[in-house]
Ligand binder design. Sequence first.
Ligand code: CIR
Length: 253
Amino acid sequence: MFSTAIVRTPGKSMINGLTTAHLGVPDYERALVQHQSYIKALTECGLNVTVMPADEDFPDSTFVEDAALLTLYCAIITNPGAASRKGETLKIREAVSRFYSDIEEISEPGSVEAGDVLMVGEHYYIGLSGRTNLAGSNQLIRILENYGMTGSIIELEHVLHLKTGVAYLEHNNLVVSGEFVNKREFAGFDKIVVPDEEAYAANCIWVNDTVLVPAGYPVTARKISDSGYSVVEIEMTEFQKLDGGLSCLSLRF
Ligand code: CIR
């Protein structure tokens, strides 16, 4: 169970965020409303939510998930692969240090964005992506092992981050889309398969047996609800324009 989340209000500079989506420029006011709904949903799932103020210097800084990996035993500050995102970690470290005394970090030449890291109990799957490199993945595995946890590497083909296309809902249930449907590494899971036309909905989050799903993906929402979860739909259009999904907007621990 999670008790706490950290989020960061988007800044007006989000309109300059990194994107490959071709869905237009985010509407800042609408993004703020959507972010408020996200916070409300986490709160209703029982989490205490720490809201960091916007940081205009970093257009993608609302996607806090990428800057740290929070485990049961330690926090790991990442080293984002995107040059414009590297400086995000400074304030994330400050926020995280209120909750953790053991804080580790990924350093050059290693890069990791924790959107590439999928937690399944005490094992962490690490996606090798354009943002997370082999040196960073190996550093991360060493850190995890020092605390009695494990990690393994998965090569990504098309997605930005591992969790762009896969989500773990506990109880051995894995939501998968696209390249992950038949991935050998995930053969042992019970799979909830997201249809190609709803691929964005593969980035959903388990929060204490409620699953937050982006609004507008009825087939996926139904499949998850049929698997026994209560489903809450969140409008995410303005973050989708920056390739961001539900997991990216919070650190949950
Ligand atoms: C980026 O390209 O870095 C941001 N525009 C989106 C980050 C999304 N984060 C995530 O999937 N964990």
